[in-house]
Design a protein around this ligand. Structure first.
Ligand code: NAP
Length: 220
């Protein structure tokens, strides 16, 4: 399993800042790209994720893995060429109430397939999307902790999936491979897994049979 040492994050909001803090705690070097100028972003990171470096999308893309933590409706801001060949961890969700209409996203089971269709050549993996940013920091625990929370990982590129699983483990969660990128639908809003609290065995068991739908929860 390839263990990432540097992490790029696209988006410096609630999720991006939480992932940055967690990654820094885990000893990773972190570079965050946002929409604001470098000085504004650097100032924000100094307050919210001290130790994280502010950069451009190309700086984040140069890291061992890049987490997408921007609203899905803003995906098309990203130049696919910059992320081609990179391990891209899609932590976004399609939340119609928040995103508004995103043309094309409903065409595939998983919104990560929409992400992959835009980011041609990127090695997209879905994970880190199915728990709240606050839980991400609160529930992270060392490997071997009884009942450690598990996160699902879905992707079509086996090496990229291994990198994402190594990242998830390093951040403090058990990583469970749940299938190809399309199986990421089982980690998204309206799935049983979304906002659910599962350990490795429980999460793996859910994916050994069709994941039952649950009523929509509040948007994240
Ligand atoms: N919050 C959670 O608990 C949570 C948990 C799991 C998954 N998610 C998913 O993560 C995604 C982000 O959620 P969030 O709660 O972190 O949203 P948020 O607090 O609104 O932050 C989104 C950030 O993305 C930035 N952004 C927008 N366009 C960008 C671009 N082109 N390049 C770089 N940065 C850009 C925004 O900057 P500006 O403000 O300058 O536009 C903002 O800082 C969503 O898809 C959400 O469903 C969220």
């Amino acid at each position: 399993m390839r263990d990432p040492h540097t992490l790029g994050i696209v988006g410096a909001g609630r999720l991006g800042a939480a992932v940055a803090r967690l990654a820094l705690r885990a000893g990773l070097e972190v570079c965050v790209a946002g929409t604001r100028g470098p000085a504004v972003l650097a100032d924000r990171l100094a307050r919210e994720a001290p130790g994280a470096r502010a950069g451009a999308l190309s700086d984040a893309a140069a890291c061992d893995a890049v987490v997408l933590a921007l609203p899905l409706r803003r995906l098309r801001d990203l130049d696919p060429a910059t992320l081609a060949g990179r391990v891209v961890i899609d932590a976004t969700n399609h939340v119609p109430l928040w995103d508004g209409p995103v043309p094309g996203v409903a065409a595939a089971p998983s919104s990560s397939e929409y992400v992959q269709a835009h980011l041609v050549g990127a090695r997209v993996v879905k994970t880190l999307n199915h728990l709240g940013a606050d839980e991400l920091e609160h529930d992270a625990a060392p490997a071997g902790t009884p009942g450690r929370r598990a996160l699902g990982v879905a992707g079509d590129d086996p090496e990229a999936v291994r990198t994402a699983m190594a990242l998830v483990e390093r951040l403090g969660f058990d990583a469970v491979e749940v299938g190809p990128l399309a199986a990421g639908a089982g980690l998204e809003p309206n799935s049983a897994v979304f906002n659910g609290l599962y350990d490795r065995e429980e999460l793996a068991a859910l994916f050994s049979r069709p994941v039952p739908p649950t009523p929509p929860g509040p948007p994240r």
